[in-house]
Design a protein around this ligand. Sequence first.
Ligand code: MD6
Ligand code: FE
Length: 213
Amino acid sequence: MSMNDLFANDSGLEILGEGITLWRSAIDVARYVSDIEDLARRAPFRNMQVPRGRTMSVAITNCGKLGWISDTRGYRYSAIDPTRSAPWPAMPEHWLRDAAQAAQRGGFAGFSPDACLVNCYEVGARMGAHQDRDELDFSQPVVSISLGLSAAFAFHGETRSGTRRRIELHSGDVLIWGGPARLHFHSVAPVKAGLHPLCGARRFNLTFRRAGA
Ligand code: MD6
Ligand code: FE
């Protein structure tokens, strides 16, 4: 399927590929932005090191029982925030509800995330091609919410160097990603300059996962 073939069904969902569903303008952006500001006061965004020693251009924090972390030892989930030596803040109840509802609409009933990774992109920040594979159960989807500045997200498919299919993600969009696409490579191009009324010169991305058992 080419990107021109994506279609919208009567419920407003766009099926982008097997296991990948896009739900445009699905959430209350202002409420999420205020929750992210609260979260960042408690567990601040930080630029983590990757195993090869470089520092990520994207700043991250987490909420929920488990949080995704990276350092020179590798990538993993941890119940403890290493910079605060304390558990991650709880996931807001409405985040959980929205993520479960989105997953259901994308064909994944019963999704109960125990981790929410929150990415903060300043202008120019990017995310190289990667797979999300630090979770235990790949039958569970990832639900992704975008806020603030738009970004060019790309699907690469089964290999890092696969043909890229780009999709512009805008504030309020929800992407549900699982099934045969669960381990597909994907990336985010450098965020372009701009000003969003609620987020300023930033993009936030939330990814809800079932990381543990
Ligand atoms: C981002 N998102 O949009 C990064 N991963 O900032 C991801 O890496 C991602 O959006 C898995 C599923 C959906 C995603
Ligand atoms: Fe990812």
